[in-house]
Design a binder for this molecule. Structure first.
Ligand code: UT7
Length: 338
């Protein structure tokens, strides 16, 4: 019997500490006016010292399981897939710890590293596991603590990124038309442009232990203007290709859930696709760019705000370092986000 991956649970978590533009303007040569106008961000949340990515991932995972009415316990899910750019440690992956601390038993657990596209990559991988019959239920989490990798001397990246986590539960259903079924995905990459978004040091190319190692190499870097242009083109083309493949006319998309990188990118993306801007889900004003957590956090916020009608068509699309990009299409199952 065929199995289709359906969204049955959704949760999100932001660390308590809210950081406003005004607060950042006391630490950096910046202003609320610049940040709001250039990015649409008014505040973001940053993890307090001692709070790691797994801590946020566990909260979001717990909430997604609750939203799915699944008590955490061995056998609740067959896999935990965690998308992150900021794992607790370079080794091992963070997902096994998240699975263990959630009490999920000896489930498969692995990380996905696709920077801001990570959640869509993780969703695609989890969907494929269900379609292949390798898993019945998968917990998919995007979680980040970018505040731990931002260069305090770089005002541009320091005002953009926020910390947070979002999670979904995918479950196998027999009906391809059931609400919540992931109907298709599109993934892509261009490694020749890896320099546009990178943490240069600490890996096997520039080892942390070498004398010539630049201590600034452990920080996140981004060439903003070039990334902006790539983001609009890559997300637009990926989303359009996916719509074409699954036979959804662009005007039939009810909600564009794009990676929350910059409100100007979301507007340009809607325009490139030919969608009214009101169809773009926007929560970047309150959370900033939360990288791999961005899409599930935006989805949870929209669900909580009551703006998603059951059966409405959702187009998810993301872009990030790698370069990587990806899109996914599904209908809204009408569940309550936790
Ligand atoms: O999540 C992965 C994907 N990421 C993205 O998609 C991010 C894409 N890029 C962007 O969102 C935008 O390029 C940024 C928000 C990063 C930058 O906005 P921009 O409109 O491209 O600004 P810019 O880099 O061209 O800088 C304009 C000016 C510069 O000053 P001059 O050279 O014109 O005098 C910057 O030095 O703004 C200055 N600037 C700032 N000023 C005040 C840069 N950062 C700041 C700041 N506060 N925080």
């Amino acid at each position: 019997m065929a199995h289709f991956p359906a969204l049955v649970g959704l949760g999100s978590y932001l660390p308590p500490r809210r950081v406003t533009n005004e607060e950042l303007a006391t630490a950096f040569d910046t202003s609320d006016e610049w940040i709001t106008t250039r990015t649409g961000i008014r505040s973001r949340h940053w993890a307090s010292p001692g709070m790691a990515t797994s801590d946020l991932a566990i909260e979001a995972g717990h909430r997604a399981l609750k939203s799915a009415n699944l008590p955490p316990g061995p056998g609740a899910v067959d896999a935990v897939v965690l998308a992150t750019t900021t794992p607790d440690h370079p080794c091992p992956a963070t997902a096994p710890q998240v699975a263990s601390r959630l009490g999920l038993g000896a489930t498969a657990a692995y990380d996905i590293a696709a920077v801001c596209s990570g959640f869509v990559y993780a969703l695609a991988t989890a969907s494929a596991q269900i379609t292949a019959g390798q898993a019945r239920r998968v917990l998919v989490i995007g979680a980040e603590t970018y505040s731990t990798i931002l260069n305090p001397a770089d005002r541009t990246t320091s005002v953009i990124f926020g910390d947070g986590a979002g999670a979904v539960v995918l479950s196998a259903v027999p009906d391809a038309d059931a609400p919540g079924v992931v109907l298709g995905v599109d993934l892509g990459s261009d490694g020749s442009r890896q320099d546009l978004i990178t943490i240069p040091g600490g890996g096997s190319r520039e080892r942390a232990s070498t004398a010539e190692h630049d201590p600034n190499g452990r920080y996140f870097t981004m060439q903003g203007k070039k990334v902006f242009a790539e983001a609009v083109t890559r997300m637009g083309d990926s989303a359009a290709a996916l719509l074409d493949r699954i036979g959804w006319p662009v005007e039939s998309v009810d909600h564009l859930v794009g990676h929350q990188a910059n409100v100007r990118i979301l507007k340009a993306l809607a325009q490139r696709l030919g969608l009214p801007q009101e169809r773009a889900v926007v929560n970047i004003d309150r959370v900033g760019n939360t990288s791999a957590a961005s899409i599930p956090v935006a989805l949870a916020d929209a669900a909580t705000a009551g703006t998603l009608a059951t059966g409405s068509r959702l187009l998810l699309t993301a872009f990030g370092g790698g370069l990587t990009w990806g899109s996914a299409a599904l209908t809204w199952p009408g569940l309550t986000a936790a």
